[in-house]
Ligand binder design. Sequence first.
Ligand SMILES: [Zn+2]
Length: 210
Amino acid sequence: MSIAPSDTDVLLVVDVQKDFCPDGRLAVPRGDEVVPIVNRLAAKFTNVVLTQDWHPPGHLSFASSHPGKQPFQTIEVAYGPQVLWPDHCVQYTPGAEFREDLHIAHAALVIRKGFRRAIDSYSTFYENDRATPTGLAGYLRERGLRRVFLAGLAFDFCVRYSAEDAHREGFEAIVIEDACRGIDVDGSVAATRRRLAELGVRCVGAAEIT
Ligand SMILES: [Zn+2]
């Protein structure tokens, strides 16, 4: 099947930042491979939004903020379970920057997330307390954008939760799976595919976007 993006479609490019790529502080395996794919995809969309993980030093999601804890352990915080990560995407550090080979000059908006010290944010729509909106849904509605295509890092965290929330907010969500890479903590890639299928969120290949 081929899909031709229209003026009411948007490409949401999730967290294509240095720290999520090889040599970064929270490297997603082969994360750098999405960059040329996303660049080619973006050229097919009139509307593109970028997201940027943007944490203050000492962020709650960092294992280093919890004495005795290690990265990839899960703890309970005020809003529920929270996976602990290596320090990553710290504000104004090189790792928080977008990849230099990401070339999307017409991206109209950058949504920053995770900048509140005590709340992590996987979804580009809501922070992990599920109550604090980023404002993206309002932006998309005001712009008349109805169908959200997702690409970027990581498939099983920020792309997954953004797709779920896009669906929950009444947008049609479509994940371009080969334009994503996953971290895969405790089977999280398989769990993501199951959850998206349950919701009826389609996963397509980049070659289907024409
Ligand atoms: Zn983060």
